[in-house]
Ligand binder design. Structure first.
Ligand code: ADP
Ligand code: MG
Length: 647
C-alpha cells in the first residue's frame, strides 16, 4: 500500500477546477457572475480564438481593494458568504469562493481593480499558483480579469477544446443566459477585436430577447406576470407555431440565475401538449423570483440545479399559469406568404422536412404521452355565451353522430380537479355555473380571454375546397381550416372530458363482430380489460386467436367496432411494455378521435361546416390537432391589403 499524503494546494485547485472550468465558456460564466455580483451596470467581454487564447471581462462594479486581491484568487475565499446560515439565504450568483482560484490554477490570470474611493488601481498576476503583486497600475473603477492560455498546464484538458467558432458559440450562450436575466446591465462582446454583440441596458426583457433572437420572435411573445404564494412567475412564451427542433430555446431563470429543472421542463411539455408536434419544443423564457430560502442552490458545483423545498408546488404553479395562458389565447397561426422571386409561395426545404416530421408525428405521439397528465389536468373553464350554440341539422347528427355530442353542450362543461384521488371531475349544468364550490383550483376566467366570436361570424358563408379545407370569413379576415384536424381536436377534447368524468357509455352489439388476434393482442385485451370497459369496449375471448366485441362506445356510431378494436389491440401489443392506464386512455382517445372525425375528401353540407366552425371557438386547444399540427390558418384583412399592395 503506498503511503497516504496530503495533496499539494495547486493540485487541489486543479482538481477543483475540473469541476467548474470545463472550457472557455465556463470561465466567461464565472467572470460575468462576479461582475454582476459586484453591482456592475456595464460589462465588456473580449475573447480571442473562442476564448482559448484570451478571455477578458471588464466591469464597472465595486472593485476589489488592493490588499484583498490575493484573497480573491485564494481557494475558498469569498466576500459573499460568512456563516452556514448564509448558505440557505444566497442572494448572489457566486458563494463558493472557488472560481477565481480554479481559473488561476489552469491559466495565466491577471486581475486589475480599483475601488470607488481609491486614487489608483492595483493588479496581480497569477501563474501556476504563484502570485505577483499586488502592484499599482492604471485602472478605471471596477475590475478587469484577463485569462490567457486556458489549460496551458493541463494538456489533457486542452485536448478537449474545440475549434474557436464552437468555443465562441458556447461562450456566447453563457453570455446570453446572464444577459437575458439581467437586462438592466449593458453588455458587449468582442471576438478577435471585432464587435460581436452590443446589448444596451433596458428595462424590457423583450428588448433583450430581441437583441439575441430577433425582433420577430420577441414581438410575438405572450407575456405572463403572476405572483402567488411567494413565487413570482414572469414569462414570455412564443405561440406554438414558433416552436423549434430542440429545447435549447427554453430558458428558465431563478432569481437571476439560469437553471435547468426537470420538473419545470415537464410543466412546459404538459402545458403545450397537443399544441406542438412531438419533435418540436416551444420557445419560452421563464423568470422566477422567490425567497432564496425556498430552495438550495448548493447542489452542483456549477449551480445549474437547485433543490426546491416544495418542488411539486412550483411545478403545479408553473403548469397552471402556462396552461391558463395558452387556453385563453387564440393560437391560430397567421398564414405566412413567402415572397419568392416569382411572387408565389414556394415550399422550402424546411417545409418539406416539416411535412416528413408531421407524418412521423402521429406514430410517435402515441408513445410520448405522459401518464401523469390526467392528474395534473387542471383547466380554467371558459363560459361561451349561449347565443353561439349552433342548432344542428338532422343530416349532421345522422351522418356524424359525434357532432351531436360535440355540439350538445360546450366543451368546457367539465372541470377536472387537480387534487384528490386520481382524476375526479365535476359536471356542470348547461348554464355553465359550477355545481358546487368544491374545486379548490377553480378560478374565474382570466380577464384577457378573447371574446367568443359572434354567431353572425359563424353564419357567414363557408366554402369547402377540395372536400378537405373550409374557407370562411371572420371578423377581421379569413380562416382556412383543415376539416379533419379540427374535428379530430374537437372530438378528442369531448371524449377526454367524458372519460375524466367517468366511463364512456357502451352499447351492446346485437351481432358481436369477431376479430382474429395475435397472442399479444389477446394478452393486451386481458391485461387492460378494466380500462377497456371504462372506454366502453367489452371483449370476450372466443378462442386462442379470436376475440368478440360485445360492447362498443355509443359515441362512435360511425366507427366499425371490429376494425377499431383490432387496430387498438395491435397498437398495444406492439409496445414492449404494457402502457400505463393513462397512456392507454390517451392512445385510445386519440384513435377514437381520428377514426370518428370527418376525413379529408369527405364532402360536408353547409350545416356540417357551420357546426364544425362553431366548435372551433368552444374547444380548448382548437388551434392544433391532438398531434400538434395546426387546424386553422388565418389571414387578416390587413395581411390581404399588404399582399395586394393596397396599403
Ligand atoms: P465567489 O464568487 O464564489 O465569491 P470567486 O472565486 O468567483 O468566488 O471570487 C472570489 C472573490 O473575489 C469574490 O467573493 C469577490 O469578493 C471578489 N471578486 C471577484 N471578482 C470580482 C469582481 N469582478 N468585482 C469585485 N469583486 C470581485
Ligand atoms: Mg464567483
Amino acid at each position: 500500500m503506498p503511503e497516504i499524503r496530503k495533496l499539494d494546494p495547486s493540485l487541489v485547485n486543479k482538481i477543483a477546477a475540473g469541476e467548474v472550468i470545463e472550457r472557455p465558456a465556463s470561465v466567461v460564466k464565472e467572470l460575468l457572475e462576479n461582475a454582476l455580483d459586484a453591482g456592475a451596470t456595464r460589462i465588456d467581454v473580449a475573447l480571442e480564438e473562442g476564448g482559448t487564447q484570451l478571455i477578458r471581462v471588464a466591469d464597472n462594479g465595486s472593485g476589489v481593494a488592493a490588499g484583498d486581491l490575493p484573497l480573491a484568487v485564494a481557494p475558498h475565499a469569498t466576500s459573499k458568504l460568512h456563516t452556514s446560515d448564509d448558505l440557505f439565504n444566497i442572494r448572489t450568483l457566486g458563494f463558493r469562493g472557488e472560481a477565481l482560484a480554479s481559473i488561476a490554477s489552469v491559466s495565466r490570470l491577471r486581475m486589475a481593480s480599483r475601488t470607488v474611493g481609491a486614487i489608483e488601481g492595483h493588479e496581480i498576476i497569477c501563474t501556476d499558483g504563484q502570485i505577483e503583486g499586488p502592484r499599482p497600475c492604471a485602472a478605471p473603477v471596477g475590475t478587469c480579469v484577463e485569462v490567457r492560455q486556458l489549460f496551458f498546464n493541463v494538456p489533457a484538458r486542452r485536448k478537449f477544446l474545440r475549434q474557436a467558432p464552437t468555443e465562441l458559440t458556447n461562450a456566447t450562450e453563457q453570455l446570453a443566459r446572464l444577459a437575458l436575466a439581467h437586462p438592466q446591465v449593458a453588455f458587449t462582446l468582442a471576438h478577435n477585436d471585432r464587435a460581436s454583440r452590443n446589448l444596451p441596458a433596458t428595462a424590457d426583457r423583450r428588448a433583450r430577447i430581441a437583441d439575441f433572437y430577433g425582433a420577430e420572435l420577441a414581438e410575438c411573445l405572450i407575456p405572463i406576470d403572476r405572483e402567488e404564494r411567494g413565487l413570482r412567475i414572469e414569462a414570455l412564451i412564443a405561440p406554438p407555431a414558433q416552436s423549434r427542433a430542440s429545447t435549447k430555446w427554453q430558458y428558465l431563470f431563478l432569481n437571476g440565475r439560469f437553471i435547468s429543472d426537470r420538473r419545470i421542463g415537464f410543466a412546459i411539455r404538459e402545458a403545450f401538449r397537443g399544441l406542438v408536434e412531438h419533435d418540436r419544443y416551444p420557445v419560452i423564457f421563464i423568470f422566477l423570483t422567490t425567497d432564496p430560502q425556498a430552495y438550495d442552490v448548493n447542489v452542483h458545483p456549477t449551480k445549474i440545479e437547485v433543490r426546491w423545498r416544495d418542488a411539486a408546488l412550483v411545478q403545479s404553479q408553473v403548469l397552471a399559469i402556462l396552461r391558463e395562458t395558452l387556453l385563453s389565447r387564440d393560437l391560430t397561426p397567421g398564414l405566412s406568404l413567402a415572397r419568392s422571386s416569382s411572387g408565389a409561395a414556394a415550399l422550402t426545404e424546411d417545409d418539406l422536412g416539416h411535412q416528413e416530421r408531421t407524418r412521423a408525428a402521429l406514430a410517435d405521439y402515441l408513445k410520448s404521452i405522459d401518464p401523469t397528465q390526467a392528474r395534473l389536468a387542471f383547466q380554467p373553464p371558459r363560459f361561451p355565451s349561449e347565443s353561439v350554440r349552433p342548432s344542428i341539422s338532422e343530416t349532421l347528427t345522422t351522418r356524424y353522430p359525434s357532432f351531436e355530442e360535440a355540439v350538445a353542450r360546450p366543451t368546457h362543461s367539465t372541470v377536472v380537479t387537480h387534487s384528490g384521488e386520481g382524476a375526479a371531475a365535476e359536471q356542470r349544468p348547461p348554464n355553465g355555473k359550477p355545481v358546487s364550490g368544491e374545486n379548490e383550483s377553480f378560478e374565474p376566467p382570466p380577464a384577457n380571454v378573447p371574446p367568443v366570436r359572434t354567431a353572425a361570424e359563424a353564419q357567414a358563408s363557408v366554402i369547402q375546397v377540395h372536400n378537405t379545407y373550409l374557407v370562411a370569413q371572420t371578423e377581421d379576415g379569413i380562416i382556412i381550416v383543415d376539416q379533419h384536424a379540427l374535428h379530430e381536436r374537437i372530438l378528442y377534447e369531448r371524449f377526454r372530458d367524458r372519460i375524466l368524468a367517468g366511463a364512456l357509455e357502451s352499447q351492446r352489439l346485437l351481432i358481436a363482430p369477431t376479430i382474429e388476434a395475435s397472442a399479444g393482442m389477446v394478452q393486451a385485451a386481458e391485461h387492460h380489460r378494466e380500462l377497456l370497459l371504462r372506454l366502453g369496449i367489452e371483449l370476450s375471448v372466443f378462442g386462442p386467436t379470436t376475440l368478440a366485441v360485445l360492447g362498443f362506445p355509443s359515441l362512435l356510431k360511425t366507427v366499425e367496432p371490429g376494425e377499431f378494436v383490432a387496430d387498438l389491440l395491435e397498437k398495444l401489443a406492439e409496445q414492449s411494455e404494457p402502457p400505463s392506464d393513462e397512456t392507454l386512455l390517451h392512445q385510445a382517445l386519440d384513435m377514437m378521435a381520428c377514426k370518428a372525425a370527418v376525413k379529408a375528401g369527405d364532402p360536408l353540407t353547409a350545416e356540417e361546416m357551420q357546426a364544425l366552425l362553431m366548435q372551433r371557438h368552444l374547444t380548448d386547444r382548437s388551434s392544433n390537432c391532438p398531434h400538434g399540427r395546426p387546424t386553422t390558418l388565418q389571414l387578416s384583412t390587413r395581411d390581404l391589403e399588404r399582399q395586394f399592395k393596397r396599403v
